[in-house]
Design a protein around this ligand. Structure first.
Ligand code: ADP
Length: 583
């Protein structure tokens, strides 16, 4: 790469050479032309002077002598100069009379009686073999309108050539000196120009390396100074923009890092370029690095070919007992227009799906629970209508069934309304300090008669300390009754039911245990679900709706407490109700 310095020096040198060549050629041409013109004039003048000095009425013999005298008088003036006299045939008369004939063009023209238009150029070979250039001219001398003599002047051009050579030498020397000076000046100029540029380059490299706080001294007020100032502004702006980008990036990373949805970003070639920690919880990404590798087991990849115009695509997949919503959105790499990558957002919609399923199940359950008594009522009523009403015994029995089925429906609707109110937080809890031991023992007392009916024993184990909780008395009583009632319902005759209230850390724990039928282990986690019953027939026979425990759970949770169960089939069940003690 040629540096600016080299280019500047080169430019200067070429410029000097060109200027010198052009001007040198011009000067030399001018000098040469003018020298030759002077020489030509001298040649013509020499003849003209001789012609002017001739007397017009001189006889031929005298004229010849006069010409010789005049020529010899003038000819001695210059050494490279000679004037010769020829007769009308071209034979030399002066300085050497003899039979030497000169038939140069100018002489021939003069013999014909005309003056040559121009001085002629000639070349002669010396005895040593060298060549001498010369210029010559001639004019006729007329006697009675006839050519009698020809005056011929001739001059070698050696002195002119010498002068020209001198001039060329001087110009060449000047070129060399000018070249040296131009190189030095070029170097100096290049240095003053490139020094700040080098400084700029050095700092630009530093900026590229991440040092963005650089401020440069403009040094001069010229264009380079202006460039330096612009550069400073650019570095400052770049610093600001990068800080903003960095902050934005950090913000996004923090958002991606902490969001519960998984994010996977793939470039246009399908390579994984970004993933957030949450994505690892949904997919075992491990060493997988392409869209295909991650999703081939879960998505129909042929369906997925996103392009710029296409909108987000959603797919719901089920993986490891979870429902995931896979949202595929195209995104554009800024650099190349058709570079479309994919952003995959993975949302865990298990809860949502389960809720949806629960809702469906709930509606189905409600319909089913209501249909049974309605069908019974309808069939009994129809039987009565077709005539059985006349039989007082049958009608009494049928009406009794209709009544009890109506009661069942009333209880069911009541429980459903209760649950709905609890869900919508429409029940106002009248919170007050409650003596929980007293409240529980009262419930037990009320159930004693019921237990006796089933030959069961129910006993309340008195606690030493008085435990007080904050709660709605009626609601807590409702819960305890439900649990104690269940213990009686779901235990065989002769079973023992024990109820106690104890303190555990900051909680009062109501424990209701029976040695009844127990609950199978697989049913235990679902026992608090709406309409969930271990033995549907038994529950229905007992007048249960399958909503009691669900309501109990809601009420206790509204109080900030917990309800749990332990059970073993055929051994018995224990319910724990934990309520926070009042300090
Ligand atoms: P139900 O109205 O059927 O009693 P619950 O919600 O009160 O509804 O109880 C749900 C189911 O839990 C009951 O159907 C029963 O199968 C089971 N269950 C509740 N308590 C006991 C218990 N103490 N022993 C055995 N099973 C019980």
């Amino acid at each position: 790469m040629k540096s600016v310095r080299t280019r500047l020096v080169l430019f200067y040198v070429i410029m000097v050479i060109l200027v010198m060549i052009v001007s040198g050629t011009l000067i030399i041409t001018l000098i040469r032309n003018s020298a030759y013109k002077t020489l030509d004039n001298q040649l013509k003048q020499a003849i003209e002077v001789i012609q002017r000095g001739l007397e017009s009425d001189t006889s031929d013999g005298d004229l010849r002598q006069e010409l010789i005298n005049t020529i010899s008088g003038r000819a001695s003036l210059a050494s490279d100069y000679e004037v010769l006299l020829y007769d009308y045939e071209g034979y030399e008369i002066f300085p050497m009379e003899g039979k030497t004939k000169n038939l140069r063009h100018v002489i021939v023209t003069s013999i014909s009686g005309k003056k040559p238009a121009e001085v002629a150029k000639g070349v002669m070979e010396n005895t040593d073999g060298t060549i001498t250039k010369y210029r010559d001219y001639a004019e006729p001398v007329l006697v009675e309108d006839k050519v009698a003599y020809v005056i011929y002047s001739k001059a070698t051009t050696s002195s002119v050539e010498d002068n020209l050579r001198q001039s060329i030498l001087i110009i060449a020397t000047s070129v060399v000196v000018a070249l040296v000076l131009a190189s030095i000046l070029g170097l100096l100029l290049a240095n003053t120009l490139t020094q700040p540029i080098r400084e700029l380059t050095k700092n630009a490299k530093k900026i590229a390396g991440g040092e963005l706080n650089i401020v440069m001294d403009p040094m001069s007020g010229d264009e380079i100074g202006e460039l330096t100032l612009t550069f400073n502004t650019m570095a400052k702006e770049l610093n600001k923009t990068l800080s903003e980008v960095y902050a934005e990036k950090n913000k996004l990373e923090a958002v991606f890092g902490h969001m519960t949805d998984g994010i996977l970003v793939f470039d246009s070639k399908g390579c994984l370029v970004h993933q957030n920690p949450a994505s690892g919880e949904f997919f075992d990404i491990g060493k997988k690095s392409t869209f295909k590798e991650v999703f081939e087991d879960w998505l129909d990849l042929e369906d997925i070919e996103l392009n710029e115009t296409e909108e987000t695509k959603q797919h719901v997949i089920s993986i490891k007992n979870r429902y995931l919503n896979i949202c595929l959105a195209p995104y554009k790499f800024v650099v190349e227009e058709n570079d479309i990558g994919i952003i995959v957002v993975i949302q865990d919609i298990t809860k949502h799906k389960k809720l949806e399923e629960l809702q469906k199940e709930f509606v189905a359950n409600v319909s089913h629970e209501l249909r049974t008594p309605i069908t019974t009522i309808k069939s009994y009523a129809e039987t009565l209508l077709v005539g059985e009403i006349d039989d007082p015994e049958i009608s009494k029995r049928f009406l009794g069934v209709i009544n009890s089925e109506s009661d069942r429906m009333t209880v069911l609707v009541h429980d459903l309304l209760e649950l709905s109110k609890l869900d919508n937080r429409q029940i106002n809890f009248e919170m007050e300090p409650l003596n929980i031991s007293l409240l529980t023992s009262d419930v037990v007392e009320k159930y004693k008669a019921e237990a006796i009916k089933k030959a069961q024993t129910i006993q309340y184990e008195e606690s030493k300390e008085k435990l007080t909780v904050q709660g709605d008395a009626n609601r807590i009583i409702q819960v305890v009754r439900n649990i104690v009632g269940n213990a009686i319902k779901y235990s065989q005759e002769g079973a023992n039911i024990k109820v106690s209230v104890t303190q555990q850390d900051n909680y009062a724990v109501i424990k209701v245990s029976d040695n009844g039928f127990g609950i199978p282990a697989e049913d235990l986690p679902r026992i608090f679900e709406r309409f969930y019953r271990v033995d549907k027939a038994r529950s229905r026979a007992m007048g249960g709706t399958g909503l009691g425990l669900a309501i109990a759970k809601e009420i206790i949770e509204h109080h900030g407490g917990m309800i749990s169960v332990e059970s073993e089939i055929d051994k018995g069940t224990t319910f724990y109700i934990k309520l926070k003690l009042l300090k």
